[in-house]
Write a new protein. Sequence first.
Length: 278
Amino acid sequence: MKNLLFNFIIVLAIGCLNCFGQDDLVIIDQGAIYTEGMAESTLEIGLASAYVDRGQVINDNPVLQPQLTLSQYNYSLNLWANYDLGANMDNVRNAISEFDIAFAYSLPVDVNQMAIDVGLINYNYPGNGDSSNPSTTELFLSSTILSFQNLFTPSITMYADIQEYPGVYFLFDIFAPYELSEYVGLVYGFSAGYGNTSYNDEKWSVNPSTSNNDAGWTDFNLYVNASYEVSDTLTAAASLNYMSLNGSAYETAASAIGYQANQIIWGAVNIAYDFWLI
């Protein structure tokens, strides 16, 4: 889920910046204006050629990834699912292998145009059918610098499991927007993941209890996303992504654990529909 969740956090951050100084009106990133008594909602459906999560290729076959986001004031709720069209690393196919619930709050502070978001993500794996992937919950904290958002936007997000797995994962990201026309936009960026010792022991070991991994950079990613505003409420998008693990140690671990690739290029298309709840 994390790539989509990261986009969800960035949208929150940009929306929060636009809210500064507004008393009765809230301006969202797509330019629509609504009153505080209404809740912004977005329904999305995505089709991706693979499911890649923090350097881990969970499925190198196509997946469907629907999600629903509800936002009001500075609060947002996101429901996200992954449906495997082909067999994933646990041999799950034609089933929902993951369902996540995320709750986020954008702090109403303006510190040199820095947006801060905090929240919880609950991960569930209904399609696995065993206890090897128990449900768990993460706390996340994200800081996004918006001072130069017309040129580039850097951010850092920390994810800390507070239920099942020890460790902390950091996602560093920077992306740049480019407006091709009034209705067509382009975003390209780079991100890198860093895990502390406990996280890398848990996520990059066949037997975490006997592992002794060091903290370090785990995965590097390049991406480009093109979007077309079909109407005021409908947006179509396509993305191309590349992921590579950081060195032979992680590549060996990925093969031993059963992740389906050490590096991968994958694409995705999605449709997003915005509507309002009163």
